[in-house]
Design a binder for this molecule. Structure first.
Ligand SMILES: Cc1cc2nc3c(=O)[nH]c(=O)nc-3n(C[C@H](O)[C@H](O)[C@H](O)COP(=O)(O)OP(=O)(O)OC[C@H]3O[C@@H](n4cnc5c(N)ncnc54)[C@H](O)[C@@H]3O)c2cc1C
Length: 446
């Protein structure tokens, strides 16, 4: 079996599968290694805003309703005694609808889409570590070589030249001997665990927000309703007599008899909150969302961490790019990560194309390194605003005031709905688009 390619992609979630698709479509020889087998569950809200729908359009994935894609027209927000609907804005740069589809199907379809473009997506391959070449030779970046691995940094001589992987059986257990896969470019799209990055000592930044979220599925007669619903009152004790937590509960109908129901909270500095999210979710549902007439719970309540606002950098070290959750690319305003993982895959491909076209070694390396700059230019300013937002809403009073007094003010929400969803017109929009674009431009990207 061939184990050399132009690009090896590690992980075939939205970031990895999108990268495999884009790169293969550009004529690169791509192998994507995915430890699980599709269709597989992924803990997620399964919700897509117009920003994510735009990414699906850009990558050319069809989303017909008769194949399970349920459109939504906006966000219904409930909190502070209000219940208000905010339709997606009519903008030139974005479609005016969102979508939802369970990740088990979403990820499978994106992986098939990559295969259709010629990418070799190999399921059941667990990547253990990267292979590094430095002035002393080659080594596998495991604990024994931590110091040498930490020298793989922008501008340095040491570079990633491959990965070591092992096949897994149906239960995910590693079987067989380690196999080396080699390529001039490795894309690490291995999700929040960031295993490859950690092998190079690229730790998560302590000053960035992290979310924690849990979700399950419930049967509901309103399963095909075309609205996403957000509940802003999550209490850390007795309702009305304790603190409002920075976070929200969601109900995203899936059109298959069920809705994805979940809850997430935010920590501005990524410190563990000690909160029992399953208990918070049960308490929320004991008191709210009765009008959904939830029936049987389908599957356990499962949770995961959500890495936000570029909490792992650099996004490029010689020979390797971080794409999606491995680079902490989730939006700190709303916990959305699929759109950004796909956007990063698009940018990574642009960098690879520029690398192929560049004449000299230095220009080639600069083309790859430009991936980090593109991501910062695209999202750095917005994510800096998100970091401020995360620090503010950690104060229960701010959360209370925003929910009670902000929600019913149309002028405030004209702006805030764009800010929270990251769906606005970057040029030639209305006053709210212009204000947000200006803020994003002046906020320092970090
Ligand atoms: C509860 C919850 C709700 C969320 N809700 C939403 C939502 O509604 N909308 C939204 O846009 N985002 C949501 N997110 C965030 C979203 O799930 C992530 O941002 C998104 O999945 C990131 O995609 P990715 O490709 O970077 O990583 P992942 O989706 O995590 O994919 C990584 C892939 O790499 C594979 N992998 C990992 N390690 C290895 C290895 N060593 N070798 C080989 N393969 C490996 C994994 O099996 C996986 O397939 C939610 C997150 C959580 C936790």
């Amino acid at each position: 079996m061939k184990n050399e390619a132009d690009v090896i992609v590690v992980g075939a979630g939205p970031g990895g599968a999108a990268a495999a698709r884009y790169l293969a479509a550009e004529g690169f020889d791509v192998i994507a290694l995915e430890k699980s087998r599709f269709p597989r569950e992924k803990v997620c809200g399964d919700g897509l805003t117009p920003r994510a729908v735009k990414e699906l359009q850009l990558i050319g994935l069809e989303t017909p309703r008769d194949e399970g894609w349920i459109p939504n027209h906006g966000l219904r927000m409930i909190g502070g005694g209000h219940r208000l609907e905010f339709p997606w804005h009519d903008l030139e740069s974005f479609p005016q609808y969102g979508l939802s589809l369970p990740r088990a199907q979403f990820d499978h379809r994106l992986a098939e889409h990559a295969r259709a473009a010629g990418a070799d997506v190999r399921e059941g391959w667990h990547v253990d570590a990267v292979i590094v070449r430095d002035s002393l030779g080659e080594f596998v970046a495991d604990k024994a070589y931590a110091e040498r691995a930490a020298a793989v940094r922008p501008g340095g001589e040491a570079r990633v030249v491959g990965v070591v992987a092992r096949e897994t059986d149906e239960k995910g257990r590693k079987i067989g001997e380690p196999v080396e896969y080699r390529a001039p470019l490795i894309i690490s799209a291995d999700g929040v665990s960031g295993r490859l990055a950690l092998g190079l000592g690229i730790e998560r930044k302590a000053n960035r927000p992290m979310g924690v979220a849990v979700r399950t599925y419930y049967e509901t007669p309103r399963h095909d309703e075309e609205w996403m619903e957000g509940h802003l009152e999550i209490w850390d004790g007795e309702r009305g007599h304790s603190n409002l937590l920075p976070g929200y509960g969601w109900i995203f109908p899936l059109g298959d008899g069920t809705a994805n129901v979940g809850l997430g909270t935010l920590s501005a500095k990524g410190t563990p909150s000690g909160l029992d999210h399953r208990a918070l979710m049960r308490d929320w549902l004991d008191h709210s969302a009765k009008d959904w007439e939830f029936g049987k719970q389908v599957g356990d309540i499962k949770g995961a961490a959500i890495p936000m606002a570029f909490n792992r950098q650099p996004h490029y070290v010689p020979g390797m790019m971080l794409v999606g959750d491995s680079g902490g690319m989730v939006n700190p305003f709303n916990g959305e990560g699929i759109a950004y993982a796909m956007q990063a895959a698009r940018r990574a491909t642009e960098a690879a194309v520029a690398h192929r076209a560049a004449a000299s070694g230095a220009a080639k390396e600069d083309a790859l390194a430009n991936y980090s700059r593109m991501m910062k230019d695209d999202l750095g300013g917005y994510y800096s605003l998100g970091r401020v937002f995360a620090s503010l809403v950690e104060h229960p009073t701010v959360m209370h005031v925003c929910t009670k007094y902000g929600l019913p003010r149309p002028l405030i929400m004209e702006f805030t709905s764009r800010l929270l969803a990251d769906v606005y017109e970057p040029r030639n929009g209305n006053w709210a688009d212009k204000l947000l674009s200006a803020l994003v431009r002046v906020a320092p990207a970090a």
